[in-house]
Design a protein around this ligand. Structure first.
Ligand code: 48F
Length: 257
């Protein structure tokens, strides 16, 4: 490159970003939300050789893990989800006379994201998923915009990412399923809404609530609880990892020959 340093910096960024975005335009799996369920799904899908990207509206990834329980920097995970965290190299401390472990609320999102990135997934931050692409009886991609653009209320048209499968990993809001259901009432998708705290029931029901809610659209983590009307569970996270992994396995089964 020739030219002033400032010009070269700008050109390098634009050229590299163009290549980066070009590779994102058609994916095997688009994951909406970078909380524990989304990052876990990303790692296991990418490890199967699938082309995967996680879209997160904030500049940081990790969703609700960073803050621990009411700001105390530890979260809890129960058996058998501890096995998943060990695969990511996350340290666990057993809680005496229980099936629980504590783990650090900063180490968890940091290592989940490293695991997803090392497996080959991309994590795209500062991007809000504002709609899905619909085809005949199927979700076929996502509609995205810059989060600052949405925040500022600017009327700027979005871009699209085509994907064979979309995962709603947007947590308590279940924003992707809510958008699909709200904009297309004829699809008859019911979003029940999350129930009050009952940790055991909430955790237990996550694996059955994780499902393909509409062809091409899977729900995981708290989004699955919210859509299916299950209970919240607070700072215990086993169901997030287990549902993320199960979702990845179900999609990989369909896509990997
Ligand atoms: O909330 P979040 O961590 O979802 P999760 O994986 O885990 C839930 C737990 O953190 C916790 C809990 C455990 O018992 O109750 O809450 O189900 O992460 C969801 C992520 O999605 C992003 C949001 O910023 C967060 O980082 N998100 C939500 N809507 C959108 C989005 C959207 N429309 N576009 C992009 N990102």
């Amino acid at each position: 490159m020739s030219g002033e340093l400032e010009e070269n910096i700008s050109r390098a960024i634009l050229n590299a970003s163009h290549k980066y975005w070009d590779e994102l335009l058609s994916l095997d799996v688009a994951i909406c939300g970078s909380g524990p369920s989304g990052l876990t799904a990303a790692k296991y899908l990418a490890a199967k050789g699938l082309k995967v990207a996680v879209f997160e509206r904030h500049l940081s990834f990790g969703g609700g893990t960073w803050g621990g329980g009411m700001g105390y920097p530890e979260i809890v995970v129960e058996k058998p989800a501890d096995e998943i965290l060990r695969e990511f190299g996350i340290k666990l401390t057993p809680v005496k006379d229980t099936e629980l472990y504590t783990t650090n609320s900063v180490e968890v999102p940091a290592k989940l994201s490293v695991g997803a990135l090392n497996a080959g997934a991309k994590i795209v931050t500062g991007i809000v998923v504002e709609d899905v692409v619909l085809r005949e009886n199927k979700v076929a991609g996502i509609v995205i915009n810059g989060y600052p653009i949405e925040k500022a209320g600017l009327h700027i048209d979005p871009l699209t990412i085509m994907a064979k499968y979309v995962i709603d990993a947007t947590g308590h809001e279940a924003s992707i399923t809510n958008i699909l259901a709200g904009k297309n009432p004829e699809l008859d998708i019911k979003v029940c809404g999350e129930k009050s705290m009952w940790a055991e029931k909430g955790e237990e029901s996550l694996l059955t609530n994780m499902k393909e809610i509409y062809p091409g659209l899977f729900i995981v983590g708290m989004a699955a609880s919210a859509v299916c009307g299950s209970h919240r569970m607070g700072a215990i996270f086993g169901g997030m990892y287990l549902s993320g992994k199960k979702c990845a396995e179900e999609i990989a089964e369909k896509l990997v020959k």
